[in-house]
Design a protein around this ligand. Structure first.
Ligand code: FPP
Ligand code: MG
Length: 342
């Protein structure tokens, strides 16, 4: 992963500068929250993917702007991502994000919801600067799909999906679309031919699916590594692949008991959601920890990574036909997702 890692390090300054510039343009009321939320970011995977596809496909027809560059376009998807996390941490009642106090705990729920909205609006405004309707359409779709994925996840909370597709549709919406859009924006900014834009978007969608599936596997890693409590998805009643695998391993009576407790959520944050109201039994903290340990001991996180691999294989197919260093880096991005440890 040498080339990809080097590119990430090399681009951090350009991405950070673009984020700083757009933060300055935000209303002062949301600037502090935005800066805090941006600082909790990791490798800036989404902007990095935009930049990689841009560099791979750059043509004479590339989109230009007198004052803005592809860095300014690349951070729009990061702004959307960060906005979605501001909202998500409220929805999930999360206390930690990447080992730091979650923004809504630090600044309050209402300011954070509105700061998220301001980031979405500013992202749109920045992309509109490029005066390209294809770009606007791509990012609007990303927002719609992300919001829809999250709503569908809420509708599935405490429920067991009827089939794998139901859950996969949720993660396609909540995670994969923004990653797909990051890749597509890079290709469109580069002025690439339609078939290459399609390759970027299909690569991104599959990489994004794998990203979230690996995330679901990592959810059972220790808190010191992931910067949030281990087994959070189980606590939040998300029937992710490792949880679903565990359910499949149970006897009929164990399964009935699990489902009853899984449905019964005492956490007040879920009040008002479309969740079946069942009286009685729910998981004790001890039980949650025991189940999480059983999931780990049975190797379900590792099996979940095997599911992710099918998407990574698909992503790789969309790199065929390209060559050079940027293609190598994109191929290494696949390895990075595969081996991601936190
Ligand atoms: C993290 O998932 C959350 C997301 C990937 C998407 C959140 C989307 C919304 C709140 C909808 C609003 C949409 C926009 C664009 C503002 P997770 O909770 O499984 O992961 P985590 O453990 O990192 O929180
Ligand atoms: Mg969450």
């Amino acid at each position: 992963m040498k080339e990809f890692t080097r590119f990430i390090a090399q681009e951090q300054n350009g991405i950070a500068n673009a984020l700083e510039n757009v933060t300055k343009k935000l209303p002062s009321s949301v600037r502090e929250i935005a800066s805090y939320a941006f600082l909790s970011g990791g490798k800036r995977l989404r902007p990095v993917l935009t930049l990689l596809w841009y560099n791979l496909l750059e043509t004479e027809q590339k989109i230009t702007h007198p004052e803005l560059s592809v860095y300014d376009a690349s951070v729009v998807l990061e702004m959307f991502h960060v906005a979605s996390l501001l909202h998500d941490d409220v929805l999930d009642n999360a206390e930690l994000r990447r080992g730091k106090t979650a923004s809504h705990v630090k600044f309050g729920v209402r300011p954070c919801l509105l700061a998220g909205d301001a980031l979405l609006a500013m992202g749109n405004k920045q992309m509109a600067e490029f005066q390209n309707t294809a770009l606007m359409s791509i990012i609007s779709d990303a927002l719609l799909k992300t919001a829809n994925g999250e709503i569908e996840e809420i509708n599935l909370t405490g429920k067991i999906p009827d089939n794998a597709e139901e859950y996969l549709a949720v993660i396609e919406g909540k995670t994969a679309w923004i990653i797909r859009s990051a890749c597509e924006v890079g290709a469109v900014m580069a002025g690439a031919a339609p078939k290459d834009v399609a390759a970027a978007r299909d690569f991104g969608l599959n990489l994004g699916m794998a990203f979230q599936i690996v995330d679901d596997a990592l959810d059972f890693s220790p808190e010191e590594i992931i910067g949030k409590p281990s087994g959070g998805d189980l606590r939040e009643r998300k029937c992710t692949p490792p949880v679903h695998m565990y359910l499949q391993s149970l006897t009929e009576s164990e399964r009935a008991d699990f489902i009853q407790k899984f449905q019964n959520i005492s956490n007040p944050v879920f009040a008002g959601r479309n969740i079946p109201k069942t009286e009685g039994k729910t998981f004790s903290e001890q039980e949650l920890q025991t189940i999480a340990q059983k999931i780990i001991d049975a190797g379900y996180p590792q099996k979940t990574r095997e599911l992710a691999q099918t998407y990574l294989d698909e992503a790789e197919k969309h790199l065929q036909g390209f060559s050079g260093t940027y293609k190598t880096m994109l191929a290494e991005a696949i390895t990075y997702i595969k081996e991601r440890k936190k």
